[in-house]
Design a protein. Sequence first.
Lengths: 176, 215
Amino acid sequence: MIADESTLARLMAQSQAGDRQAYTVLLTEAQLWLERYFRRRVAPGQMEDLVQEVLMALHHKRATWDSSRAFLPWLAAIARYRWVDHLRRVYRSEEEALGDHDAAEDSEEEAVLARMSLERLFVHLPDKQVEAIELVKIEGLSIEEASHRTGQSESAVKVNIHRGLKKLATLIEKAE
Amino acid sequence: MTMNRVPNPLIASLVEDLAPVAPLKRRNGWLVALVAVGATVLGVGLYEGLWQAALAGNAAPIFFVTNGLLLLLGLAAAAAVLSLASPAVGNRQDAPKWATAMVAIIPLTAVLTTIAAGHAIADLFDSRSMYCLTSGMLASLLTFAAMTWWLRRGAPVSTGVANLWAGIAAGAIGSFAYGLSCPIDSVEHLGVWHIAPVALCGALGRMVLPRLTRW
């Protein structure tokens, strides 16, 4: 089970003070949390890179967490930011399409997690934009393949990806 | 909690690199913003001289309304910037939007009263138009630098709005400070030439800051 908010916040406060033992635990827990957070929204072969990117961002920007505020919304905002950035960079993945990578859910934390989830970003986008982003940026299909799959023209797929990513970038902190 | 996991070499290297950090406190950001406001007013006072009649309360009411709203907009936008420098899901910034809408009433009034009086829009230009526009923008530089510096120290994830509010904060505070020296207190002059720097600085923030605040 992944550590809860109060434990993570305490570990982060200790880490800001330079406690390496607390930091090791925090980063390990954050890694697990992020793997769960990105599940189904990143191709499995790219998950590790994205998690590493967020861990590095956590490290470089650790001073920006204020101990009077919750830790997980801070981490989730950084994770969303890096995820949108990642989607912008990905054009075609060499990896296989996503399968069902669900692990058993920790129901207690689901409500809190759901408010900060990546799904919350997608609900603000039109279906066609979500479909185009999922197929091309997450599943790794080419524009042509996505066009055949969705029935949208190739230029419509491109436009939907462009507009969708632009909209996602504006929702990073807002959508909950 | 962390038993039976494969060690991640990145984690080991980040832990090795760990050094104590001073958390980014919003009150320190406020200190920076207020110093920028104070220094800008002082600079305008020394260079231009503040309008003594206004300080004695002898300006038209719109002078106080405009400059008061500009100051409030500047502070609301600065508060948004300070908040957006520390990311968090649920970090909404609605106050500066309302403040912007309130300030926008002034140029609308200027245009409406000009048209209602039977004048052409070109009549909104006066002898000090461009001087006030450029002076307001020049006076925004210090706040612009302060907001940029704070965003660079922080980790803005809503970069578009953070940069926009940084520009608007700078423009509003700069125009407020410069406005204390300008003796023209008509709604037409204030509504156009003292508000335009806000819009221009906001646009500049959107265009120029992304390359400085991206991380």
